[in-house]
Design a protein around this ligand. Structure first.
Ligand code: AHG
Ligand code: MN
Ligand code: MN
Length: 348
């Protein structure tokens, strides 16, 4: 039996020790999120037993059906964060507006954005889902947090991460000192260090995309995906395809095994489907820390300055050379289509 383990608490404290000016507030905020993750993981494990699968009967701000667990995860995270004195404002996929901490709570110096349950359409078929979070330092000067605190570009994140509720529960996070993974040991209720300093392969094995959208993509995206399969002369050695429809699970597999995930814009979703602030940006921070990259096809995801909480963005993310191939192909083919008068959309 193993007797020496590194808990997430120990690891975060060790990292913080390198910064004499650190107050411990960010470390504590990360434990708060880890606690919320454990509560959500427990609910998901019992989901088939206690009749909490299925639709809530309402739609969220984006007009999507809310699953009961979407609501439970959202409430759990808000409850774990709002009274801690570490947060001034939150933003969630499931809430239309920003959520300043309640008047009776102390106001902290961080703004937290989250997708409480990602991939929730997978819940009723017992497949992997996740939670994604992004943390910014507040920029407003006084009072409760404001929209300015959450509308910051991804390069200003102080921390980001995700939790994957899969065959085991894993939490992967970064504070800008590498991306590190922890696996929940359910017997002791602790996240233990299992993947220190994750480095993603420069070239991956997999490509991950919802190919049912092929006919709605512009020619640049179509050429890029055909190139990933090795179907065109300018392509790459053929890759294998893997797609679950859960960003956390699709991203995590490619992070570890190497690969590229893309959710481009299409004629139905002209800005792409995924949300910049609580899906693309935190994943981009993790990807870059693991020596991968993330782009919307034209711009580095972490450089995009948001103007709305629920803003969407096209996303190409994963192994550096594969992301480069996809972005280069999109630009090359889209601009040649433009020159020859073909119909193509501007970015992706
Ligand atoms: P959410 O469950 O938070 O709404 O996110 C679903 C997202 C993302 O997880 C996934 O990559 C994508 O939607 C899948 O979309 P398609 O079903 O269109 O492929
Ligand atoms: Mn999501
Ligand atoms: Mn969600």
């Amino acid at each position: 039996m193993q007797t020496s383990v590194t808990t997430i608490e120990r690891f975060i404290l060790d990292q913080e020790d390198r910064y004499p000016e650190a107050t411990g507030e960010l470390s504590n905020l990360l434990y708060d999120i880890a606690l919320a993750a454990k509560i959500i993981a427990a609910a998901i494990r019992r989901a088939g037993l206690v009749n909490i699968l299925g639709k809530q009967g309402a739609q969220n701000v984006q007009g999507e059906d809310q699953q009961k667990l979407d609501v439970l995860a959202n409430e759990t995270i808000k409850n774990c964060l709002k009274h801690t004195g570490r947060v001034c404002v939150m933003g969630s996929e499931e809430d239309e507006d920003i959520i300043p901490v309640p008047p009776e709570s102390a106001v902290g110096k961080y703004a937290v954005l989250f997708d409480p349950l990602d991939g929730s359409s997978n819940l009723d078929v017992n497949s992997a889902v996740g939670t994604i979070f992004s943390i910014h330092r507040r920029v407003s000067m006084e009072g409760r947090g404001t929209a300015a605190d959450v509308l910051q570009p991804g390069c200003q994140q102080v921390s980001a991460g995700y939790v994957m509720y899969g065959s085991s529960t894993m939490l992967v996070y970064t504070t800008g000192q590498g991306a590190h993974g922890f696996t929940l040991d359910p017997t002791i209720g602790e996240f233990l260090l299992s993947h220190e300093r994750i480095i993603t392969p420069r070239v991956g094995k997999y490509y991950s995309v919802n190919e049912s959208n092929f006919g709605r993509w512009d020619r640049g995206v179509q050429a890029a995906v055909r190139g990933l399969k090795g179907d065109i002369a300018e392509g790459v050695p053929p890759k294998n395809s893997r797609y679950i429809g859960s960003l956390v699970a699709d991203f995590h597999r490619n992070l570890i095994a190497g690969g590229v995930f893309l959710y481009p814009s299409d004629s139905k979703n002209p800005d792409g489907k995924l949300r910049l602030l609580y899906e693309a940006s935190p994943m981009a921070f993790i990807a870059e820390q693991a020596e991968g990259s993330a782009t919307d096809g034209m711009n580095r995801i972490l450089d995009i300055v948001p103007d709305r909480l629920h803003q969407r963005t096209p996303l190409v993310i994963g192994s550096r050379e594969d992301v480069g191939f996809v972005a280069d192909t999109i630009r090359r083919v889209s601009s040649s289509a433009r020159v020859s008068g073909g119909v193509t959309s501007p970015a992706l």
